[in-house]
Design a protein around this ligand. Structure first.
Ligand SMILES: [Zn+2]
Length: 260
């Protein structure tokens, strides 16, 4: 069985014409996907993510609560985030809330000031630690600083999502205690550094994802991405690591169940 450790179903439904929730969820089943994680990116989407997970829990949908570094993080939004997590962790659907994120730093897009991004990130790290939830981390042009903040906060449980560094940065992330999740961009022909990193990451620290609707793997590069396309990334990694699909599937499943 496959899984998708990072997808944005709300953005798929919003961005891709003629898709329905029903169809997206049915496709998981047809595609042998046991779990798909709906990753929240803004305070305004938290309730939708939870309700989506509640509606589709029997189809393997779980969710995370987080504020993406490019999303607005005003004082009242940070308060609302904390309150949401607090009440969900106390409520009847707590088993569906598997992590905090995606959070982190994005110094490429800079939709928010560095100050805002860091404050939002640190608050989410504290929240994750309080409830012993793993963090789902996004960094862009900011991996070093992100690692520094995580170290300062003694955060050692989480996923570096859509990993895009090389072998050395993979080592730093593994040293933190984090898992590394590869998305469709690892299948790109010119991503030599990423191929080295994927070879290097041990099987017991590896996760795979789509980040759909973004970053479709080869041979669908450039098209809208869907959770079922994660199979192309599985195939690519199995070949790269020279192991059977079954072995890879089992390892990724075990990691997901251990961490999340
Ligand atoms: Zn994402």
């Amino acid at each position: 069985m496959l899984l998708d450790s990072h997808a944005h179903f709300d953005i798929i439904l919003d961005k891709v014409k003629n898709t329905t929730e029903d169809e997206l969820v049915k496709n998981l089943k047809y595609s042998n996907i046991q779990y798909a994680l709906q990753v929240s990116t803004e305070v305004q989407g938290l309730e939708w993510s939870r309700d989506f997970a509640v509606r589709n829990a029997q189809n393997g949908i779980r969710y995370t609560a987080g504020i993406h570094p490019s999303s607005s993080a005003e004082e009242n939004e940070l308060d609302a985030f904390v309150k949401f997590v607090e009440s969900e962790m106390d409520g009847k659907n707590r088993k569906l809330l598997l992590g905090i994120g995606e959070c982190g730093l994005d110094y490429f897009r800079m939709h928010q000031t560095k100050e805002t991004q860091i404050r939002s990130f640190e608050l989410q790290i504290d929240t994750a630690k309080k409830y012993r939830l793993p963090l789902i981390i996004h960094t862009r042009d900011s991996l070093e600083e992100g690692i520094k903040i995580l170290k300062n906060k003694n955060a050692n449980k989480g996923i570096m999502h859509c990993f895009s560094g090389d072998e050395n940065t993979a080592r730093d992330v593994l040293d933190l205690g984090f898992f590394i999740s590869f998305a469709g961009n690892v299948t790109y022909k010119n991503a030599a550094n990423l191929h080295e990193a994927a070879k290097y990451v041990p099987l017991d620290r590896l996760l795979l994802e789509t980040d759909s609707p973004f970053l479709s793997p080869v041979p669908l590069r450039g098209k809208d991405n869907f959770p079922e396309y994660v199979k192309h990334t599985y195939k690519f990694i199995a070949k790269l690591k020279n192991i059977s699909m079954q072995k890879l599937e089992d390892a990724v499943m075990e990691n997901y169940e251990t961490l999340l």
